[in-house]
Ligand binder design. Structure first.
Ligand code: HH2
Length: 289
């Protein structure tokens, strides 16, 4: 193939995603490793609740190739109990502080402005808000710092989101919501290059809604923002495979991450970093000429 033809086949280059002191290049999919410092997360609750266990797991995820570490202190599984802010902060802040000066950006997965603010101060470079910056105080935190932000779509609240979710066209409605929230953030003073979007697989969606969102991911990738997708170990994988135990959903989770990356996801949020990094490397090599 001629050089000109090769250049023509290359995906259009995107500006980097600006996240504090990091500028994340998006010419290949990035793996975001999940660290839940919680007693009750749906797949790993209780495993990394102790600070030493949490730090050891973070080190492991980074060594396995995570390009971003996503640290959460409150489970958002359907029906989960809300966690008081001081408790959430005491779970996540030590991990953020420990990794604040490493080469991997730390993302804080929280719905609470006080937690986001304290973690950015402690060195976090990304605010990952599963409630999509609906809370004005969270918008103010984002506008007052230079962290990257992930705007995720969730229908309602974790306690009620799976009670008969309905959409006319799930992809259009989720995409429209994400663009509206991103536009609102820009108007509030958050630079566009800092904003990423996420359809929120499993957050107020039936199996069919989730599948439709994943199959039509190129439509969301075309909205002009870095696209984050999290399917890892979720109920969708269990429903398609009959595997009840979330930790045993590795094969399905890797397949979903590969598909999401192929269909336009820039960041895949996963629990099993090593297997996903390995699978993506092979997928990428096979797509190259
Ligand atoms: N999924 C979960 C939590 N945070 N953030 C983004 N941006 N996208 C997601 O899909 C997403 C998310 C749920 O997974 P997990 O953190 O493993 O479970 P829990 O909420 O029970 O802690």
């Amino acid at each position: 193939m001629s050089e000109a033809a090769a250049a023509a086949r290359k995906p259009a280059s995107r500006p980097p995603w600006r996240c504090g002191r990091f500028a994340l290049t998006l010419d290949r999919p990035l793996v975001m490793g999940v660290l839940n410092v919680t007693p009750d997360s749906f797949s790993d609750g209780g495993s990394f609740e102790e600070p030493t266990a949490a730090v050891a797991q973070a080190e492991r995820l980074i060594a396995e190739g995570a390009a971003i570490l996503d640290v959460g202190g409150e489970s958002t599984r359907p029906g989960a109990d809300p966690v008081p802010v001081p408790a959430e902060l005491s779970r996540v802040r030590p991990v953020v502080l420990r990794f604040a000066h490493e080469d991997v950006p730390i993302s804080v997965d929280t719905r609470h402005a006080e937690v986001a603010s304290a973690c950015v101060e402690a060195g976090a470079s990304i605010i990952n808000d599963v409630s999509g910056f609906r809370d004005r105080a969270m918008v103010d935190v984002a506008a007052g710092c230079d962290a990257g932000v992930i705007v995720m779509h969730m229908l309602g609240e974790p306690a009620t989101m799976q009670a008969e979710p309905r959409y006319d066209d799930v992809v259009r409605e989720v995409g429209g919501y994400l663009v509206a929230q991103a536009t609102m953030l820009e108007a509030a003073g958050v630079d566009r290059e800092r904003i990423a979007i996420d359809p929120g697989i499993g957050f107020g969606k039936t199996l069919e809604h989730n599948l439709e969102l994943l199959r039509r991911l190129p439509e969301l990738a075309g909205l002009g923002f870095p696209l984050v997708v999290g399917v890892s170990r979720k109920r969708l994988v269990g429903a398609l495979t009959g595997v009840e135990e979330p930790r045993e959903r590795l094969g399905g989770s890797v397949a979903a991450a590969l598909a999401a990356a192929r269909l336009g996801a820039n960041v895949v949020r996963v629990h099993d970093v090593a297997a996903t990094v390995q699978a993506l490397a092979v997928q990428l090599a096979l797509a190259e000429e």
